[in-house]
Design a protein around this ligand. Structure first.
Ligand code: FAD
Length: 552
């Protein structure tokens, strides 16, 4: 093996960029960062309004993983977009800055036997990373490199949504990220002066010229290399040529919730029967690898409006020209500087006092997948943020170039079906409530004729989409839990010198968007690895109640 490094980090996404930043700047380590996708140096990534074009258009920055046909969705296969570029998800995402609730992280803490993963344990990491342009308090930092700001551009749909939700007794909140998600309000985004602030912008850019960092793009890692059970390097491919790199320290997987378990399995760590099926020699029989897949997904309602209240027409003709001039000549202002998702609400429709399990987005446009000629429109989406259904990631083959076999199993749990149905009905209630009702012309998805529960569920099966938050496939847990893949300090069980710092580590999905948490987890992971913090002695009280603890 030729090149040798102190650490090798696999995947330059949200968690990978944070990991290398801390290793290089704080610990002076020589780090190899391998990223399968290209550089993030592209205008469409930097301009907030470019997001939907990346998610639904054709760019090299997004790869779509097609799921197995889903029996619970009438046999439909789902494409789940993932970042394939420096910055990973944070370079292609909708930039919404969100954290889970206090309870979410306290449930993680419980899953690890109280090892130190509760809300209070994570807050220092969120705060340290955050450069909030409005909030500075015990939950928020304003000096960090990750810029977080209020929406620079609002549309009438935002005002209508905010007022309508308050008419439905949902209280206004000016901060979703204090541990309490309840309410309706304006979102904050990882946007600074009209430009995306990805994990790469915040954490990788400052060290790109540091001689201790070696970044190789368009480099797909195939497997981890072991001597016995000790990781000593990785094998990767650039331009069809296979390379090896070695490390005297550790290999850290930050390749995302689909690829990190795939890489473990390709390296011989996983359910031994499944590895045998693909002719892979088992190094560690770890039955939990690829299990416990969770993802948020949405019920969609789109309606035409009687007059313009959103973004229709802003990207064509003279308006597009005007917006481009405004954006480039006037400090990145106007619609191009907006993420298009400026308001949201978190509710619990069963018990208004309980932790929210539905997130509602209001988007001032027709949803791209809804088949209807372009016109003034608004879309409401209900995101099931506490799903109970669990899917799997398995190997499709022993070939690392093949996507893994993803079985999402959305709505396979009856409670998820019930809550999705209930939330779609609630979206209808929102657009029938003043002042929203005054601008709605026609609800065309789902059309009015779809009324029975059975027909509405069928509509959900045909139209539900990912909110792009897959997690949980290498979950951490207690040492003696046979289904946990990682110890609470994020070491892969059964081997030495391999850790996973990305969204795969979550035992339970958080009830909000996952980018900020991916970054906070990575920084805490580095602190554990470098001995800066140690696991807490079990026994501390958190907010987990007896009733909620049954969810874990
Ligand atoms: C379209 C979209 C919209 C989203 N919107 C939001 C939002 O508005 N707010 C929010 O909080 N969250 C959002 N998310 C989710 C959030 O961005 C992700 O949860 C987060 O980026 C995941 O971080 P990660 O480090 O786990 O993985 P990623 O950021 O996905 O990083 C994995 C990296 O590994 C690379 N990689 C994969 N395989 C290999 C390999 N074999 N070798 C080398 N490199 C490899 C990938 O190219 C990628 O760069 C969105 C995600 C997407 C995809």
């Amino acid at each position: 093996m030729k090149d040798s490094f102190d650490f090798i980090v696999v995947g330059a996404g949200s968690s990978g960029c944070v990991t290398v930043n801390r290793l290089v700047l704080e610990h002076g380590a020589r780090v190899l960062l391998l990223e399968a996708g290209p550089s993030n140096n592209n205008q469409i990534i930097k301009m907030p309004a470019g997001t939907l074009k990346m998610i639904y258009g054709k760019t090299p920055f997004v790869k779509r993983i097609r799921s197995m046909p889903q029996p619970s969705l009438g046999g439909r296969a789902i494409d789940v977009a993932q970042g394939n570029v420096v910055g990973g998800g944070s370079s292609v995402n909708v930039m919404l800055y969100a954290r889970g609730s206090r309870l979410d992280y306290d449930l993680w803490d419980k899953a690890t036997g109280g090892a130190g993963w509760g809300w209070d344990d994570l807050i220092p990491y969120f705060r340290r990373q955050e450069g909030n342009q409005r909030l500075q308090n015990e939950a928020h930092g304003s000096e960090g490199p990750l810029k977080v700001s209020d929406a620079p551009y609002l549309i009438e749909a935002d005002s209508l949504f905010l007022r309508t939700m308050q008419n439905l007794n949902i209280p206004y909140t000016d901060d979703f990220n204090s541990g309490n998600l309840h309410g309706v309000g304006l979102t904050q985004s990882t946007v600074y002066r009209g430009r995306r602030c990805s994990s790469a912008d915040a954490f990788l850019s400052p060290i790109l010229n540091d001689p201790r960092l070696t970044l190789v793009t368009s480099a797909r890692v195939n497997r981890i290399l072991f001597e016995g059970t000790r990781a000593v390097g990785v094998e990767y491919v650039v331009d069809d040529i296979t390379h090896q790199a070695s490390t005297t320290g550790e290999v850290i997987l930050t390749a995302g919730a689909f690829v990190s378990p795939q890489l473990l399995m390709l390296s011989g760590i996983g359910p031994c029967k499944h590895l045998e099926e693909h002719g892979i020699k088992t190094l560690v029989d770890s039955p939990g690898v690829g299990q416990n897949l969770q993802d948020h997904h949405v019920a969609i309602l789109s309606a035409t409006t009687k007059r313009p209240i959103g973004y229709f027409g802003e990207d064509t003709g003279l308006k597009a020209l005007k917006n481009a001039i405004q954006y480039f000549a006037f400090k990145n202002s106007g619609p191009i500087g907006s993420t298009g998702s400026e308001t949201m609400a978190f509710v619990n429709l069963d018990d208004p006092e309980a932790d929210p399990d539905i997130q509602i987005y209001c988007i001032g446009a027709m949803w791209p997948t809804v088949k209807r000629g372009p016109t003034d429109a608004v879309t409401l989406m209900a995101n099931l943020v506490k799903p109970l259904s669990r899917g799997t990631v398995k190997l499709r083959s022993a070939n690392p170039a093949d996507h893994p076999e993803v079985d999402l199993r959305w709505l396979s749990d009856p409670s998820d079906r019930r809550r999705m149905l209930q939330s779609l009905k609630y979206l209808r209630e929102i657009v029938a409530t003043a002042p929203f009702s005054s601008v709605i012309d026609e609800i065309f998805s789902p059309v009015n004729q779809i009324q029975s529960d059975e027909a509405l569920l069928d509509y959900i099966h045909q139209t539900t989409e990912s909110n792009y938050h897959p997690v949980g496939t290498c979950r951490m847990g207690q040492e003696d839990d046979p289904m946990s893949v990682l110890t609470p300090d994020l070491k892969v069980k059964g081997v030495q010198n391999v850790r996973v710092f990305d969204c795969s580590m979550m035992p339970i999905i958080i009830s909000a968007n996952t980018n900020a948490t991916a970054m906070a987890v990575a920084e805490k992971g580095v602190d554990h690895m470098m001995g800066k913090i140690s696991l807490r002695t079990p026994g501390r009280q958190t907010s987990v109640s007896t009733a909620e603890s049954t969810r874990s």
